[in-house]
Design a protein around this ligand. Structure first.
Ligand SMILES: [Fe+2]
Length: 402
């Protein structure tokens, strides 16, 4: 994996790519020069550094040798309640930093999947802006960290899954599960270091590898037909798609392959960069109630309607998906659909989806009104009403059952 992605790195962010980079970081950190590593310069670390680690149960083994003030274990996607509870736990530590002067620093290490990284991003944003309740964070309009916080708060993101691109995006998802709704919290302008190290994802179970890979696939494709796509987001999506196309099946077939795992991490990162600008569209919009109400993994839920949404968007002689065809190097929607169908078949997507089909059918009337999330569906190049979505969902069910 030698692709250069320098042009797709945002201001204020470092991206460190390669096998064993996480171990290297830990060594440098224990030698008190972690900040030099993170910032690629030789400044000394703050006089005092207070560290909180956010991780998941399965990733705890990677953080056993780091000193920290606290470890928070994330068990599910962030909810308003889980975030408020975590903030209560870490606020006294952050307070020590702000009380002890400008030379001390607060480091939040997020090592895990999308939920872990989203949790850390929301917490960083709340601390930076002195926000005490996540409901307030959701309505926050300034969305920039204060200068002081920017000098003192450091976020280290180490994704364990290759799919959400959460390490690269400015937004985090927060759920209101009782009502089957999700919201977005924007955490911009954080000091962020991203470490893409395949070592962390080598032991990922097959279903998660597939589901997260399909999430990246949807993000890359949706960003190309989004109304918000621009030259730069199409360029990052094009590179991300080519890398994914060459590596998703390889990774599923040979999970210990470090090179393909690393490639998938880079592709997923690029999907995050692409949606940072262009956002996602109809597949993601339809997926939210499937995840919130039926517990479907996010990537599977997004991939469920991918092909039918391509068909829906390719009316009008492919005009609305011309950027997609450019990015994927296909000449028409038929060719693109064949390519996606082949990927789905080779990663055994149907097998993972089958257990959910009956649930989707029996809950369809409840799900449909929740499938139009305005901030996502409105980016779709062709407007979809509830009848259109019913058609898309029914056709997608046929694809799984036939
Ligand atoms: Fe996604």
């Amino acid at each position: 994996m030698t692709t250069n992605i320098d042009e797709f790195i945002k201001e204020g962010t470092n991206v460190i790519i390669g096998l064993n980079k996480w171990s290297e970081y830990k060594t440098l950190r224990s030698n008190k020069i972690a900040k030099s590593f993170a910032q690629r310069r030789l400044d000394p670390v703050g006089v005092m550094d207070f560290t909180v680690i956010i991780t998941s149960k399965s990733c705890k083994k990677y953080i056993s040798d780091i000193n920290s003030e606290k470890v928070i274990e994330v068990k599910e996607e962030p909810t308003f309640k889980s975030i408020d509870n975590s903030l209560k736990e870490i606020y006294p530590i952050y307070k020590k930093v702000t009380d002890s002067g400008l030379l001390s620093t607060f480091t939040l290490i997020a090592l895990g999947g999308g939920s872990v990284i989203d949790t850390a991003k929301i917490l960083s944003m709340m601390l930076s802006n002195n926000i005490k309740y996540s409901r307030e964070a959701e309505q926050w309009h300034h969305r920039v960290s204060t200068k002081r916080a920017r000098r003192q708060i450091y976020l280290i993101c180490v994704p364990s899954t290759a799919g959400t691109g959460a390490e690269a995006t400015q937004f985090s998802t927060i759920w209101d599960k009782e009502n089957g709704l999700k919201y977005s919290i924007v955490s911009d302008k954080l000091n962020r270091t991203i470490i893409l190290d395949p070592e962390i994802s080598l032991s990922l179970p097959g279903e998660i590898t597939i589901s997260t890979g399909i999430d990246a696939l949807c993000q890359l494709l949706e960003s190309t037909w989004s109304k918000k796509a621009d030259t730069s987001s199409i360029k990052s999506a094009k590179l991300g798609y080519q890398i994914l196309k060459n590596n998703i099946v390889r990774t599923v077939d040979d999970p210990k392959n470090q090179d393909s795992r690393l490639s998938m991490l880079v592709s997923s990162y690029l999907s995050g960069i692409s949606i940072s600008k262009a956002n996602t569209t109809l597949c993601h919009s339809i997926s939210y109630p499937l995840t919130a109400l039926l517990g479907m993994p996010h990537g599977l839920a997004c991939g469920f309607t991918l092909i039918e949404v391509i068909k829906f968007n390719s009316s009008n002689e492919n005009e609305l998906i011309k950027n997609t065809l450019l990015a994927t190097e296909n000449s028409d929607s038929k060719e693109l659909i064949n390519e996606i169908e082949e990927i789905f078949e080779l990663v055994h997507y149907k097998d993972l989806m089958s257990p959910f089909v009956n649930q989707i059918i029996s809950s369809l009337d409840k799900i449909l009104p929740l499938t139009i999330t305005n901030s996502r569906a409105s980016n779709n190049p062709r407007n979809a009403n509830i009848d259109d979505i019913r058609f898309i969902v029914e056709k997608s069910i046929d694809r799984i059952t036939n």
